[in-house]
Design a protein around this ligand. Structure first.
Ligand code: COA
Length: 169
């Protein structure tokens, strides 16, 4: 049986991106569990982000597959009054789907959504030991502007990264 996070032959060219719905939450929690040892999003966090929060939750899915509705990656962006910076608060690709450009595409879609909302930049925190994510963000144009020592539950530091966004509007 194909598990919902197993890979099929699919790279960034055959994925679609859509807004998350509450029906996605079990799948998002599975991705979360396989992606983070600490500081995980809870069902409540996801419900709030999808239904109520000022922001956007996008998921990537495999176009044309029998599992088309299944999320294989997600990103949560929040918007805040008083700042033109959007904040990427959670972002992950299901393990079997990594290394195929899906993270890069989903990040670009989240940035486009933030720019459309009128944000002039994106900010995020990333664990200082998360080399894959730091490489992804650096390659996408993010630069480090601060460090939060002991930011995570296990006391790991966070790098604060930001990127200016170009508005198409
Ligand atoms: C970080 C993560 C989102 C990357 O997603 P992905 O779909 O595998 O990334 P992509 O295939 O789009 O890679 C884009 C770029 O990121 C970098 N990158 C991605 N994975 C990497 C790895 N394991 N090692 C080094 N660089 C990596 C590369 O520069 C790559 O570009 P290239 O292939 O042209 O060299 C994914 O590994 C993940 O979900 N990790 C666990 C959750 C997590 O850490 N989230 C971020 C929290 S801040």
């Amino acid at each position: 049986m194909l598990h919902e996070t197993d890979s099929v032959h699919c790279d960034a060219t055959c994925i679609g991106i859509r807004r998350a719905e509450t029906a996605d939450i079990p799948g998002l929690l599975a991705i979360e569990e396989h992606s983070f040892a600490t500081d995980r999003m809870t069902p409540r966090n996801f419900r709030y982000a999808i239904r109520k929060a000022k922001g956007v939750v996008l998921v990537a899915y495999r176009q044309g597959s029998s599992l088309e509705s299944t999320a294989i990656a997600y990103g949560v962006v929040s918007f805040h009054a008083g700042t033109r910076f959007a904040r990427l608060t959670s972002f992950a690709v299901a393990p079997g789907n990594r290394g195929r450009g899906i993270g890069r595409r989903l990040l670009a879609a989240l940035e486009a959504a933030a720019a459309l909302h009128g944000c002039s930049g994106m900010r995020l925190e990333v664990r200082a030991d998360n080399q894959a994510a730091i490489a992804l963000y650096t390659r996408a144009g993010y630069r480090s502007f601060a460090i939060y020592p002991g930011y995570y539950e296990d006391d790991m530091a966070a790098l604060r990264l930001e990127k200016p966004l170009v508005s198409n509007g």
